[in-house]
Ligand binder design. Structure first.
Ligand code: SF4
Length: 354
C-alpha cells in the first residue's frame, strides 16, 4: 500500500499491511518490579492485540497497570528491577528479552509514544523542527535539508500554523496544545505501525483536548497505524476508541468493542467508571464516584481485587468474591469479562440482539 510522495520525498503511506492486521500481540504478560515495600505486581496475565487502523483504549484508574504495560512494550522499564514473563510480539519481533539495540530500533521506526507531558519528550535545548528532522534521519539516509523539509511537512500536517517558522522555535515557545501536536508529529515522522498515546490530553483544556483527539483520529485514518490510547477518562474513549480494555489492579477485567462496553458494561468496575462521567444524552444525571481507592499492587486483596469496593458482591453466593479470583471468561464474540456475577449467556444474547 503506497501513495504519492511529498516534497521531502517521503511517502505518507508506504508500508505493507492492511486495516485489521494484528501489529501487536500481547500474551499472558506479567510485570513485577521491586519496591521498598516489596514486589509490585503491576501487570498480571494480560493478553490483547492491537490492529492496524483501529484504536484500542486501555482504561483504568491510577495503579491499574495500564501505563506500566505500555511502557513495557517500549522497553522503558528498569531491567535490573523488573521481571517480565509472557510474550509481546510487535510486527513479528519478540520484545520480551529483546536487546536494547533491538528496542531502540523499534522505538522510533515501528512504534512511537505520545506522553501526557510533551515537555518530557521534547528536548528543551533543541529546536522543534531539528528534533523531528533528526528522528527522521535516524531511520532514513537523507540529507539534512530533506529531513528539515519533512519536519516542516509534519508540523503542517498536525495543524501547526506557519510551520516553517515554528520549526525554528524551541519547545518553550509553543503552547501546551502546540507542544502536544509537535509530539505527535515527532511520533509519526517515521510512519510507525503502532502509536501509543498515554493520557495525551489530560494536561490540556477541554477545547484543545477535543482538537487533539480529532487530530489523532484523522491521522490514524491517514497513516493507518494501530493506536493504543491509555486513559482514565471514558469521555475520551467514547470519542475515539474501536475497542476497550478495562484494567483493574494489574488485570484485565472487561474487554470488547467500544460500542458494546460503553452501552452495556458488564463488570461492576466498568459500570462504576461510566457512572462517574457525565453522559451527553442525559440532561439531569447523578454522577457517582466509585467508593474507596484502588488497592496497593504490593498488597492485593484476596479473591476478586475489586471486592472491597464492589456493591454487587452480596449477589454472589457464598464468599466467592473474597476467596476466589474470577477467571477471565472469553465469549464466542470476543467479549471478555472477569466477574463471578456475570452470566456469559446473557451478555451474548444482549449483544446479538443489538
Ligand atoms: Fe464484584 Fe464479585 Fe464481580 Fe468482583 S467478582 S466484580 S467482587 S461481583
Amino acid at each position: 500500500m503506497s501513495t504519492g510522495t511529498s516534497p521531502s520525498g517521503a511517502s505518507i503511506r508506504d508500508r505493507v499491511g492492511s486495516a485489521g492486521d494484528v501489529v501487536l500481540k500481547v500474551e499472558d504478560l506479567s510485570v513485577r518490579f521491586a519496591s521498598d515495600e516489596g514486589p509490585v505486581n503491576a501487570v498480571q496475565n494480560l493478553s490483547y492485540e492491537a490492529r492496524l487502523g483501529r484504536t484500542l483504549a486501555v482504561v483504568g484508574e491510577s495503579g491499574s497497570g495500564k501505563s506500566v504495560s505500555s511502557m513495557t512494550l517500549l522497553g522503558l522499564h528498569n531491567p535490573k528491577r523488573t521481571t517480565i514473563t509472557g510474550s509481546i510480539t510487535l510486527d513479528g519481533t519478540e520484545l520480551v528479552g529483546a536487546s536494547e539495540e533491538t528496542m531502540r530500533g523499534l522505538r522510533s521506526s515501528s512504534v512511537a509514544m505520545v506522553f501526557q507531558d510533551p515537555q518530557s519528550s521534547l528536548h528543551p535545548f533543541f529546536k522543534v523542527g531539528k528534533q523531528i528532522a533528526e528522528a527522521y534521519r535516524a531511520h532514513h539516509h537523507v540529507s539534512a535539508a530533506v529531513a528539515n523539509t519533512r519536519a516542516v511537512e509534519m508540523l503542517e500536517r498536525v495543524g501547526i500554523p506557519n510551520p516553517a517558522r515554528r520549526a525554528k522555535q524551541y519547545p518553550h515557545e509553543f503552547s501546551g496544545g502546540m507542544r502536544q501536536r509537535a509530539m505527535i508529529a515527532l511520533g509519526l515522522v517515521n510512519d510507525p505501525k503502532l502509536l501509543v498515546a498515554d493520557e495525551p490530553t489530560t494536561a490540556l483544556d477541554v477545547t484543545v483536548q477535543a482538537q487533539i483527539l480529532d487530530l489523532i483520529k484523522d491521522l490514524q485514518q491517514e497513516f493507518g497505524s494501530a493506536v493504543i490510547l491509555i486513559t482514565h477518562d471514558l469521555a475520551v474513549v467514547a470519542e475515539v476508541a474501536d475497542d476497550i480494555l478495562v484494567m483493574y489492579a494489574g488485570r484485565a477485567v472487561e474487554k470488547g468493542l467500544a460500542k458494546h462496553v460503553l452501552s452495556q458494561p458488564n463488570h461492576p468496575y466498568t459500570m462504576g467508571l461510566l457512572e462517574s462521567v457525565p453522559s451527553a444524552s442525559e440532561e439531569v444525571q447523578e454522577l457517582r464516584a466509585i467508593r474507596g481507592a484502588p488497592p496497593s499492587l504490593v498488597y492485593l486483596p484476596s479473591g476478586c481485587s475489586f471486592h472491597p469496593r464492589c456493591d454487587y458482591q452480596d449477589q454472589v453466593p457464598g464468599e466467592r468474591c473474597v476467596t476466589e479470583l474470577p477467571e477471565l471468561r472469553i465469549l464466542p464474540n470476543g467479549r471478555q469479562i472477569r466477574c463471578h456475577l456475570v452470566d456469559p449467556e446473557r451478555v451474548l444474547s444482549q449483544e446479538t440482539s443489538r
